[in-house]
Design a protein around this ligand. Structure first.
Ligand code: ADP
Ligand code: MG
Length: 399
């Protein structure tokens, strides 16, 4: 695993120091306040630990996509109230990220106080990872702490550039994420199973290619299973299927064979003639019995049972993508059932389970097992790039 410093490597007393802390405050908004403050809660331990050590903490974050210009609706001041509520402390909004206004604000802040800098993406130097821009920000800090794994796949000034200019540390959320990901794919206990589901093979080609070389069992579900079934000569009817990718699917299956990775495709599936909740045409059948006017919307109960048996033989599981169109009943059944099995094995101590992806997190929450997995990443793009085996610039820069 990439070696990185954590808050444990900082002196116990940070009085008189300024900590620049990159956090994820890109909160979903509902009118004037956030509809979900999970990201602030994730950053809370890091922010309070630094403040309680006496540092003046300056929060650095992006909010929306202002593309290098100021927009009043995309100021981080929009979330100041939400941050104060989660931290249970007053914080000072600073409408800049560098220069005299920041300097004066630091003068006003007391030891252990927290300031919130404005949206770092208001300046084009952020996304360009401009050296001068990063230097202007770094001039205000003594240490840099990155607690935003979700932004670590971007090589921006606040996620990458600053780490080269100041002593750099992983925050607590970043540290937990990196340790969990390392336990899942970096240095896992074997056998490892991966579940890859979701709508399309095309969006997860790099994920599949990386995983066949790393895991012993690759479980394919969701719409992408249809493309693999079609590649094996199965008639998938009206199912979501990328017929132009069947050669690619065959190539992945060959690679898996060579690498000693078993690919698991469903034997039975849940089909319907129309995509609606509890349609009258609903039925379960063998994959070879799908009608020309039917679509596969979930994997079947026999498949789920077989997959549960696979998980019972494994020590590690990494999961991205639902097994069916889980937003619509009853096409959530396979995802819910297998998620419950994984959660129970995790709670028994026989499985390390790590999951991520926007819809995957929603599906696990729907199954009621989000807290029973070893780790659930809410990092979206960064999580997928990590599953693709890519080096994340924000993580690499910490080492
Ligand atoms: P994540 O956000 O976790 O990475 P994806 O975005 O790749 O996951 O995929 C989730 C979507 O895939 C869901 O909206 C789900 O309805 C859809 N899906 C899963 N299985 C099927 C299927 N058999 N047919 C159509 N859509 C499906
Ligand atoms: Mg998605």
């Amino acid at each position: 695993m990439t070696q990185f410093k954590t808050l444990d490597d900082l002196p116990a007393d940070l009085t008189g120091k300024v900590a620049l802390v990159r956090v994820d405050l890109n909160l979903p908004m509902d009118g004037g306040s956030a509809s979900d403050v999970t990201r602030v809660e994730a950053a809370r331990p890091t922010i309070l630990e630094l403040a309680d050590k006496g540092a003046k903490v300056l929060l650095l974050a992006h909010f929306g996509r202002p593309k290098g210009k100021r927009h009043s609706t995309m100021s981080t001041s929009m979330v100041q109230g939400d941050v104060e509520e989660v931290l249970d402390r007053e914080i000072m909004f600073v409408p800049e990220v560098s220069g005299p206004v920041v300097e004066q604000s630091i003068g006003i802040l007391g030891d252990g106080d927290i300031g919130l800098l404005d949206n770092v993406r208001f300046w084009p130097g952020e996304e360009a990872n401009d050296g001068e821009f990063a230097k202007a920000i770094a001039a205000h800090g003594d240490v840099y702490v990155n607690d935003a794994f979700s932004a670590a796949h971007r090589a921006h000034a606040s996620t990458e550039g600053l780490a080269h200019l100041l002593p750099a540390y992983a925050g607590r959320a970043m540290e937990a994420e990196l340790k969990a990901l390392d336990a899942a794919l970096g240095n896992p206990e074997t056998p490892v199973a991966a579940v890859v589901g979701g709508a399309k093979v095309s969006s997860k080609l790099d994920v599949l290619t990386n995983l066949v070389g790393k895991v012993q069992h690759l479980i394919i579900g969701g719409g992408m299973a249809n493309t693999f079934l079609a590649a094996r000569g199965v008639d998938v009817g009206k199912s979501l299927c990328e017929h132009d990718l069947t050669d690619t699917a065959n190539k992945i299956m060959d690679q898996a064979d060579h690498a000693g990775c078993t690919i698991h495709l469903p034997y039975d599936v849940v089909v319907a003639k129309e995509f609606a909740a509890n349609p009258s045409s609903l039925r379960t059948c063998n994959v070879h019995e799908v009608g020309a006017d039917e679509m596969i919307l979930d994997i079947g109960p026999q498949a789920v049972e077989a997959l549960a048996d696979v998980l019972k033989t494994c020590r590690t599981l990494v999961w991205n993508g639902p097994l069916g169109a889980f937003e619509t009943a009853p096409f959530d059944e396979a995802t819910v059932a297998l998620a419950k099995t994984a959660a129970a094995l995790t709670q028994d101590g026989s499985l390390v389970s790590v999951a991520g992806g926007g819809d995957t997190v929603a599906a696990l929450a729907h199954a009621g097992v989000k807290d029973d997995f070893t780790f659930v990443s809410t990092a979206g793009g960064a999580f997928l790039e990590w599953m693709e085996g890519k080096d994340l610039p924000g993580v690499a820069a910490l080492s």
